[in-house]
Design a protein around this ligand. Sequence first.
Ligand code: GLN
Length: 474
Amino acid sequence: MSSAENTARGIAAAVRAGERSAVDVVEEHLARIAGREGEIHAFNEVLADEARAAAEAIDRGDRSGALAGVPVAVKDNLCTRGIPTTCSSKILEGWRPPYDATVVSRLLAAGAINIGKTNLDEFAMGSSTENSAFGPTRNPHDTSRVPGGSSGGSAAAVAAGFAPLSLGSDTGGSIRQPAALCGVVGVKPTYGLVSRYGLVAFASSLDQVGPFATTVADAALLLEVIAGHDPMDSTSIERPAPSLVEVLEAGVDGLRVGVLREMVDAEGIAPDVRRRTEEAAEALAAAGAKVEEASVPAATLGLSAYYLIAPAEASSNLARYDGVRYGLRVDAPNTGLMNEASRTAGFGAEVKRRIMLGTYALSAGYYDAYYGKAQQVRTLIIRDFQAAYEQFDLLLSPTSPTTAFPLGAKVDDPLTMYLNDVCTIPTNLAGDPAMSVPFGAGDDGLPIGVQLLAPALGEATMFRAAAVLEGVAP
Ligand code: GLN
């Protein structure tokens, strides 16, 4: 089967035209899952029966949706009604949400089929999917390597052909970094463009849901389906979402693109990753963009600010897992001890580390020195990006410092693991959109992604450049 027929666009067009049945599409994907899921472990749960039933309903009923009959894998921190939603944590054991996340309702309304819930670093904290309580996901390109994280299951599912599309969440890079490591497209939308209603909160001022796809056009299609105002999310932007699919052919002629010096030269950027980023810059210039060097000086402070702000918000958000309201409960003689025993048994090491960091940063004596300072740095980052976007329509950088690394290589060294996100975190702090586009391979033959960054609601411009890069990628 040609790759066009395997894209979400191709599948939806064929199902709408009655040329393919949704049931056949689902069976093909379930067969691929049966073939390789054992070695990859992209899913916490494959929803085979539910997917078959949903496909039959589409074949019998309304086939007009933008994603008619398209299997979509859903990160397991997005609520699905009646279906376990674990965040890859033991603490949510047995919990079944009584409602769908808005993004999930929108998928289903567009005719998409939820084919399964994907593995992640526990509560989306991590960069390799090794922090899952249910064991790691492996990179389909080389199963001795990580898929990246925290949305590693969603990235691997698309890279392995288990679904043409998936949803992830990105708080500091968790869509873009695994997209880069798995050789797929991944998009972190403008903060507020996509509803967070039903996304289990990690760091609420940073979290955004976004798409994974094998093509830029498919990512645009999925983002159009999930974007747009939602009264259930108080941070949702009350403006029409940008049209993306219709601008994909517009090219980059005349666009001003800045190559982000701080990120290309950041500590730890591998030479092959730097080379591919430079080639991407040349490719945009060859397509008519005006490419120059750009600088966002405060971006170098992003990682430090993030590892105060994100754990601070996480420590507050995760206080709700008390052994009473959700999932796991470990009995003990009184309520305080029960809370403690449940949280001790339910949370993994990285989650506990974040809760302790965050609680410390927010404590009375240290609040100004840590959390307050980090918020000031966040303001500097926002201002520096704004200044850069007065000169440039788009910025370009590496997505991840290296290609996919071996399982186990960084688990014992949290700081090295945190460095994976040097290039992705600053946009989360700024609230701006960014995406990773596959751009050739590294010296080890594994995929490399380059990152396009845009000002708030600049998704359309970003997708135009992404389409150009996709067309000329080595
Ligand atoms: N890797 C980063 C972290 O561990 C980002 C995670 C994310 O985007 N959810 O916090």
